[in-house]
Design a protein around this ligand. Structure first.
Ligand code: COA
Length: 335
């Protein structure tokens, strides 16, 4: 391994991770009762077996609050230790106020700063990069990043092309200043290409439809997706930004302790894993249990890895995500 890039500013460590999942689950067999599909097709084409679905009364905000409390607990911190909360979601209950502001109030962290991030499935990793930079700058000591979604509320359960994929969840991570300046983000990318927005979008009215909208399912306020195009885009961009990020840091896949990707489709992840020549177990894949939970998927994976005791101080971990926008991003960390 070559020398890692010199880090400037304050060191940053991940102090705690927490998650929240609704109790109710929806299996592939449950979906087969709703649309023309079956467990074998869904398992083979996506790797998903089940997903969690919010009950009445469970919201993006309530899941985010539960995940943040769990992360604070893991970090051994109090709500008052938080200087800022960044919350990534594409299923905020309201456009104003931000969900983050309500979460800060609910956990008792007022007057910490609060802001939502809208970058679809890339949101948590975008948030991680922003939070790390806030802490590294020395202006903020402790920042929480949350990915929280209730995708079931924008899913058309008559569209078999999308309803098989999505689940509800939240995950949170607490970032805090560390005296070791080599800890934190070593390299990152945050990209977008808005010309592709019509491949994955949630139209509110006919005014929102793209010019070419022959794939529109006819149901407003639900997710519309060109699955094949998104699949191809995900494979190529994920590989390209991973290569670019590792090159920036002067390391190779063999140096990584873990790759923590957004859980879009098991086949996408397997293709990337093969291309990187990653040994078994290094890429975290838990899509079978939760489906695609958009901004929540990366912290769900991180939490699984931490809970299994498989990450230690000094490990190099690569976070990577791609989603609607299109937006795509990486964050390479030395823990
Ligand atoms: N059950 C059974 N058959 C289904 C089905 C389902 N749930 N969904 C589609 N099919 C059928 C199609 O109608 C098509 O039938 P046909 O050949 O008779 O026309 C056939 O299966 C193949 O459809 P296709 O769309 O090519 O399937 P696919 O292999 O591309 O899988 C997705 C569909 C959605 C699973 C896949 O495209 C995907 O995961 N894309 C990426 C989505 C994603 O990551 N989105 C989020 C980005 S963050």
């Amino acid at each position: 391994m070559n020398a890692l890039p010199a880090a400037a500013g304050v060191g940053v460590r991940l102090a705690g991770v927490g998650t929240a999942l609704p109790e109710r689950t929806l299996t592939n067999d449950d979906l087969a009762a709703l649309v023309d599909t079956n467990d074998q097709w869904i398992t083979k084409r996506t790797g998903i077996k089940t997903r969690h679905i919010a009950e009445d009364g469970t919201t993006t905000c309530s899941l985010a609050v539960d995940a943040l409390r769990a992360a604070l607990n893991e970090a051994g911190m109090q709500p008052g230790d938080l200087d800022m909360v960044l919350l990534a979601t594409m299923t905020a209950e309201m456009s104003c106020p931000s969900t983050a502001a309500r979460v800060v109030h609910e956990v008792g962290a007022t007057p910490a700063g609060a802001m939502d991030i809208t970058a679809a499935c890339s949101g948590f990793v975008y948030g991680l990069n922003h939070a790390e930079t806030l802490v590294r700058s020395g202006h903020y000591k402790t920042v929480a990043v949350i990915g929280a979604e209730t995708l079931s509320r924008i899913t058309n359960y008559e569209d078999r092309g999308t309803c098989i994929l999505f689940g509800d969840a939240a995950g949170a991570a607490i970032l805090t200043a560390d005296e070791d300046t080599s800890r934190g983000c070593l390299a990152q990318t945050m990209r977008s290409d808005g010309s592709l927005w019509g491949e994955l979008y949630v139209p509110r009215t006919a005014d929102d439809l793209p010019e070419k909208h022959d794939g529109f399912t006819g149901r407003f306020n639900t997710l519309q997706m060109n699955g094949q195009e998104v699949f191809k885009f995900a494979v190529t961009t994920t590989q390209a930004i991973i290569d670019e990020t590792l090159e920036k840091a002067g390391i190779t896949p063999a140096d990584l302790a873990a790759v923590i990707p957004h859980q879009s489709n098991r086949r996408i992840l397997e293709l990337v894993k093969k291309r990187m020549d990653l040994p078994e177990g290094k890429m975290v894949i838990n899509i079978d249990k939760y489906g695609n939970t958009s901004a929540a998927s990366v912290p769900l994976c991180l939490n699984d890895k931490v809970a299994a005791g498989e990450l230690k101080e000094g490990d190099l971990v690569l976070f990577v995500a791609i989603g609607g926008g299109m937006c795509w991003t990486t964050s390479l960390w030395k823990l």
